[in-house]
Design a protein around this ligand. Structure first.
Ligand code: PLP
Length: 459
């Protein structure tokens, strides 16, 4: 059967989608009475769906991914040329884009040394968990096998990474989970767990308390997002990271920074951890690495970590015995190289900082006007506004109303996000993460749409 792709009439495509595609994070009952949205084209910050409606995308492809915007011909050309030259070879060998991108990446990450390729954020994180377990087995006599993770953080969708989900609704109903993953408290001061002056220090001290409770000789690593994304856009309080680093050093605990969202410019520096002077042992990244033009993720380690996997060459079990088939696709690193060049040559880190400040200024102005905004948080083009039913008590806004704000913006042609199926009772933060190419006009249009939506939904 030949496919009749009449781009002027996509009703058959929408029908095919409705009949056969199982959408991510979606209750499909709704599609018995409405059509699923099918996107057809993107250019810069704009998207068009199958009905021809135009949107301004304030969430970089829905989940903080398309950092350099849609329709980048130079990335498409680089990928095409590379696919014709060599599309694939398994990661036990090297390829030209794999080697060159690793070098370019490490140049941006002083202190880091080795890049392990795979193809999703979850997978990149799983690699670290396996490395930590293998280090425990080989270098700590089986101790130091536990991995700490933080309340409200997210690290992926596999069973291993869901075992480190600080978001109950993501993990619920998919257990039981493997042992050895232990939660530490979140650091969101707006939802304070302690009444103290130096909140950052106190929230970090809470990690030390967990380490002491579990026994420092049982804890191998701590995984944290530099700025928590889907858990509510949580920027760390003053003093937090410095103390976290001290604690990790004190108890010989490897620090794993999950840069799946923050990596490649989202906060205005190449990596989120570089905002806070952190010296990690592992860094994982995915989404913005190639802006969604190809699937690629990286697990980056220090030379000290890497050395632990080649200390006993005579032992066939001593090295990292892991493979990711599609980690050998060359489309990923070649797209990532071009993505990085664009960020550099177009000054997108600087633009991100500048436009991020504009988003925050606009959101702060909206907060003056709309009682329902309880808190605004953000770093670079990674911002959130937490909605509350009562500013004094900080009672979270009902999730349906938060979704009504998102829907109102959508009807205005602006796609914004909100925390979703993340934390029971706390899916109340609007999320903004436009591409790093956003202009002042784009930013104002996004926050104007939110202004109108808040007036209509709560007016
Ligand atoms: C912080 C963080 N880590 C890991 C992941 C998982 O990445 P992926 O969906 O590519 O497996 C996500 C996905 O949203 C994320 O936000």
């Amino acid at each position: 059967m030949t496919l009749d792709l009449n781009l002027n009439d996509l009703t058959h495509v929408v029908a095919a989608d409705r009949e056969h595609v199982w959408h991510h994070l979606s209750q499909h009952k709704q599609y018995e009475t409405t059509d699923p949205r099918v996107f057809v084209e993107g250019k810069g910050m704009k998207l068009w769906d199958a009905t021809g409606k135009e949107f301004l995308d304030a969430v970089s492809g829905g989940v903080w991914t398309v950092n350099v915007g849609y329709g980048r011909e130079s990335i498409a050309n680089a990928v095409r040329d590379q696919l014709l030259k060599l599309n694939y070879y398994a990661g036990a060998a090297g390829t030209v884009p794999g080697a060159v991108f690793a070098q370019r990446l490490i140049e941006k990450m002083p202190g880091m040394s080795r890049v392990y390729y795979s193809n999703s954020g979850s997978e990149a994180n799983e690699k670290v968990y396996k490395m930590v377990r293998q280090i425990a087995a080989r270098h700590h006599g089986g101790r130091k096998w536990k991995i700490l993770y933080r309340d409200r953080d997210y690290h992926g969708t596999t069973l291993g990474t869901l075992a480190t989900s600080g978001q109950g609704q993501r993990a619920a109903q998919y257990g039981p989970y493997p042992d050895g993953f232990v939660m530490v408290p979140h650091c969101l001061e707006y939802r304070a767990q302690w009444d103290v002056e130096n909140y950052g220090q106190r929230a970090a001290d809470a990690i030390e308390e967990v380490i002491l409770r579990e026994g420092p000789d049982t804890v191998g690593a701590l995984v944290l997002e530099p700025v928590t994304a889907g858990g509510g856009v949580i920027t760390p309080p003053e003093g937090y990271w410095q103390r976290v680093q001290e604690i990790c050093r004190k108890y010989d605990i490897l620090l794993h920074i999950d840069e799946v969202v923050c990596g490649l410019g989202r906060t205005g520096t190449w990596f989120g951890y570089q905002q806070y002077g952190i010296e990690p042992d592992f860094v994982t990244m995915a989404k913005g690495v190639a802006s969604g033009y190809a699937a690629i993720s990286c697990t980056v380690a220090t030379e000290r970590v890497f050395e632990m996997f080649k200390d006993a060459p005579e032992d066939g079990m001593s090295y990292f015995r892991d493979i990711s088939t599609f980690g050998g696709c060359t489309a990923g690193p070649v797209a990532a190289l071009e993505n990085m060049r664009i960020i550099e040559e177009e000054g997108l880190l600087e633009n991100c900082t500048l436009m991020g400040d504009r988003v925050m200024a606009n959101l702060n102005a909206l907060m003056e006007k709309h009682e329902v905004i309880g808190d605004v948080r953000g770093k670079g083009l990674f911002c959130g506004a937490e909605l509350v039913a009562d500013r004094k008590t900080r009672e979270p806004m009902d999730e349906k109303k938060v979704q009504a704000v998102v829907a109102d913006c959508l009807s205005q042609g602006v796609i914004i996000g909100a925390t979703n199926r993340s934390i029971e009772g706390l899916n109340n933060t609007l999320c903004l993460s436009p591409a790093l190419i956003a202009t002042a006009d784009d930013i104002d249009r996004i926050t104007d749409a939110i202004d109108g939506a808040l007036s209509r939904v709560f007016g």
